[in-house]
Design a protein around this ligand. Structure first.
Ligand code: NAD
Ligand code: WQD
Length: 342
């Protein structure tokens, strides 16, 4: 019997990957996840199975291990790869750039080499709004100037460049680059959510932990930006909307090429807006203090996501209220993240 056509999801045990696996399973895709659990744990995949009511295949492997990637492609009939596996902490990437270049560049290279060898040429890449340079011109379109300023962001742009060169050398590749804005929130069941192995660096997981009593106080990085209330403005996107963006992209992979899409809501919220929305959703007070700006932070960043709407038939359904309420539900149901399985 021939093996069923399967989507390989690297980094599928992580925050965005696990939510995407749920949506793919619910739309009847067969999945194999490869993850080395460097920033996740296997319980996340048990929860994915539980939500979707069926099981995915999971292989522990490091994506930098090309032989391991080849063996996955030998054992499964992979039709397309969604490549989430990467390290993503901006500050750590500044302190330890080689770790980031190795993991994010060598990891992607090894996946692409194994794919080329096995003639699998559909690739969806997790890029980031961080590839855009600091510009005052908002909203950001896919053609806005590029210029990441930290090693993490540079790995994303370098991979994008590599993907353009790959397609130029072999125009049978079908590559989609998704530039995410600021993912937030959790699955509506409260069974999966964001659970980094280290202390979180991003605003919503930090606020979530403060509300849950796991951290004390939020440092608000600057209130002197040229924004309505002086705090930084970002385009927060619900992780389920983002996951559905991947399903939409996969369905539209009909034409070879390099297709680039912003995935955001098109709307910006300030740090103070997020604090207020979270306080409302959780009925908890979020203690905060204003400190100096964080180096490298842009005052404002939000997407023009009209290309994704036009070409992928995709648009966001959830707003900041659902991002905060689902993040809070995830925290309440899982006070220590996945560490204590239900
Ligand atoms: P995450 O850390 O929760 O998930 C990444 C997963 O990849 C983890 O499960 C980790 O264990 C795995 N992984 C890392 N290196 C690996 C390796 N060498 N081999 C195998 N597995 C490995 O992060 P996330 O928030 O889910 O992000 C997913 C992707 O989206 C990443 O590429 C990230 O750079 C990108 N992205 C994230 C954000 C964000 O704010 N969360 C924004 C834009 C882009
Ligand atoms: C959001 C706002 C902060 C923490 C980062 C990466 C980007 C992408 C998404 C992966 C800003 C403020 C934050 C805190 C604060 N990730 N803030 N106190 O910096 O927009 O983007 O995550 O690709 O590459 O750079 O997100 O959540 O860190 O910050 O005041 O403790 O919250 O200054 O205005 P950012 P963030």
């Amino acid at each position: 019997m021939s093996k069923p056509s399967t989507i390989l999801v690297t980094g599928g045990a992580g925050y965005i990957g696990s939510h995407t696996c749920v949506e793919l399973l619910e739309q009847n895709y067969e999945l194999v996840v490869v993850d080395n659990l460097s920033n996740s744990c296997e319980y996340a995949l048990d929860r994915v199975d539980k939500i979707a009511g069926r099981k995915l295949d999971y292989i522990w492997a490091d994506v930098t291990d090309c032989n391991a990637m080849e063996s996955v492609l030998e054992n499964f009939n992979v039709e397309a790869v969604i490549h989430f596996a990467a390290l993503k902490a901006v500050g750590e990437s500044v302190r330890n750039p080689l770790k980031y270049y190795e993991n994010n560049m060598a990891g992607t290279l090894s996946v692409l080499k194994a794919m080329a060898k096995h003639n699998v040429k559909k690739f969806i890449f997790s890029s980031s709004a961080t590839v855009y340079g600091n510009t005052a011109q908002m909203p950001l379109t896919e053609d806005s100037p590029l210029g990441p300023i930290n090693p993490y962001g540079k790995t994303k742009l370098m991979v994008e460049t590599m993907l353009h060169d790959l397609y130029a050398s072999d125009p049978t590749w079908n590559i989609t680059i998704l530039r995410y804005f600021n993912p937030a929130g959790a699955h509506k069941t409260g069974l999966i959510g964001e659970d980094p192995n280290d202390t979180p660096n991003n605003l919503v997981p930090i606020i979530t932990r403060i509300a849950g009593g796991r951290m004390d106080e939020l440092m608000v990085y600057g209130d002197d930006y040229p924004t309505p209330d002086g705090t930084g403005v970002r385009d927060y996107i619900h992780v389920t909307d983002l996951a559905l963006g991947h399903v939409a992209a996969l369905k539209k992979m009909t034409e070879p090429g390099v297709h680039i899409f912003n995935l955001g809501t098109g709307r910006g919220y300030s740090v103070m807006d997020v604090i207020k929305a979270f306080e409302k959703a959780s009925s908890k007070k979020i203690p905060y203090k204003i400190v100096k700006r964080r180096e490298g932070d842009a005052p404002t960043s939000y997407a023009d996501a009209s290309k994704a709407k036009r070409e992928l038939d995709w648009q966001t359904k959830f707003g900041i209220e659902e991002m905060c309420s689902t993040a809070w539900q995830w925290q309440k149901k899982n006070p220590l993240g996945f560490k204590r399985p239900q």
